[in-house]
Design a protein around this ligand. Structure first.
Ligand code: 2PG
Ligand code: MG
Length: 425
């Protein structure tokens, strides 16, 4: 029998220099483990509530209340419980909170504990975290998954809410699809990133980076961003559309105003039908194989149009649309919206609920992509989650900035230590 001896949380800073929570769990056997929670900027309105203090400190962004909720309310409830029973721990947390959006204790408080408990349990079992996650999936769903290494999607050019430039689309990602392993995927991505930097310099464009480590130059259009990336791929002696593909996160909810998609960088305003045509044009003319949040989270009609138009030839990913919430996701599946889901555990607030949402995707032929947030820390839990659950894809920013590469570096170690794992194609 192993048991939780103490739980302690403190306020730390994330990659944007804003407060977040670090939580440490100590077990009776002497094991200690900690985890930190991420934070989004282009958030979906139906995400679980991230509790912020709202006072004069840190521009209202402090998390002292959430930290106190862990230390004073959550910790006493979980002492003596078995950390290996993630389902029970998360159930207790959800019940203690008692709201549908975790607004009483804060999803950030609940997730910090949920994550730290999983790390402690894996250590107690003396197994890597990704194997523990595969066990958790089995416990919760009754199904076995096949762990594998996820294909990375690296955001190398930033716009929207993540950068101070004029680009409307939030993320331009590369997918090193033909790389034979993680090591090669990361080498190609780093070379493309550095070649993009050289191109930007030679064009006298800014090489400053956005929140996720991608470059953030001012450009004439979204297509110009794609063209620059294609050049960078070619300069890396790789073939766009064969070796390396492109993925976009439009984060369209951020520029949907009064029924129109406002591409202010291009001085254009399009309705849902025309914006779907615009995206189809991009898919037909460039090696784009994945588009996330191509429509506003509430524009379900637009999502239907887009899914019917290009769902057969492009991965369409719901992020703000589904917010990792199995009830919202189920409705979306029934409506036939998108064909994939972005998974961010802080959108829902616990490991168990995250696993349930991934299981719903698995049983409905939707792909899952494990994702970071734009505000991150050195925590690498998502790398293990992607491997353990065999999700197949991960997006965690540029091959640059420690908060981003920490996850890729963790994947490189997992590959090194598990020769039986292949990279997902
Ligand atoms: C997204 C994410 C991560 P944020 O929109 O997919 O890239 O951004 O964390 O700001 O919601
Ligand atoms: Mg997104």
């Amino acid at each position: 029998m192993t048991w939780i001896k103490s739980i302690k949380a403190i306020q730390v800073l994330d990659s944007r220099g804003l407060p977040t929570i670090s939580c440490k769990v100590s077990l009776g056997c002497g094991v200690q483990a900690s985890a930190m929670v991420p934070s989004g900027a282009s958030t979906g309105t139906k995400e679980a509530l991230e509790l912020r203090d709202g006072d004069e400190l840190y521009m209202g962004k402090g998390v002292d209340k959430a930290v106190a909720n862990i230390n004073d309310i959550i910790a006493p409830l979980l002492i003596n419980l078995d950390p290996r029973d993630q389902k029970l721990i998360d159930q207790k947390l959800v019940n203690l909170d008692g709201t549908s959006d975790k607004s009483s204790l804060g999803a950030n408080a609940i997730l910090a504990v949920s994550l730290a408990v999983s790390h402690a349990a894996a250590k107690n079992k003396k197994i890597p975290l990704h194997i523990h996650f595969a066990d958790i999936y089995k416990d919760i769903t009754g199904h076995q998954v096949s762990p594998n290494l996820p294909m990375p999607m690296l955001n190398i050019l930033n716009g929207g809410e993540h950068a101070d430039n004029n680009i409307d689309i939030q993320e331009f990602m590369i997918i090193p699809k033909r790389a034979s392993n993680m090591k090669e995927a990361m080498r190609w991505s780093s070379e493309i990133y550095w070649n993009l930097k050289s191109i930007l310099k030679s064009e006298k464009l800014s090489t400053a980076v956005g929140d996720e480590g991608g470059f953030a130059p001012n450009l004439q259009s979204n297509e110009d961003a794609i063209k620059l990336i294609l050049r960078a791929i070619e300069d890396s002696k790789l073939i766009p559309g064969k070796d390396v593909f492109i993925a976009l996160d439009c984060a369209a909810s951020e520029f949907f105003k009064d029924g129109q998609y406002l591409l202010s960088g291009e001085g254009r305003s399009l309705n849902s039908e025309s914006f779907a045509d615009y995206l189809e044009h991009l898919v037909d003319n460039y090696p784009i194989i994945s588009i996330e949040d191509g429509m506003d989270e509430n524009d379900h009609n637009g999502w239907k149009i887009l899914t019917e138009k290009i769902g057969h030839k492009c991965q369409l990913v719901g992020d703000d649309l589904f917010v990792t919430n199995k009830v919202i996701f189920k409705n979306g599946i029934d409506e036939g919206l998108a064909n994939s889901i972005l998974i961010k555990f802080n959108q829902i607030g616990s490991i168990t609920e995250t696993v349930e949402t991934i299981h719903l995707a698995n049983t409905n032929n939707y792909k899952s992509i494990i994702s970071h947030r734009s505000g991150e820390t050195e925590d690498t839990t998502i790398a293990d989650l992607a491997v353990g659950l065999g999700a197949g894809q991960i997006k965690t920013g540029a091959p640059c900035r420690s908060d981003r590469v920490a996850k890729y570096n963790r994947l490189l170690w997992i590959e090194e230590e598990n020769i039986e794992l292949n990279i997902s194609k």
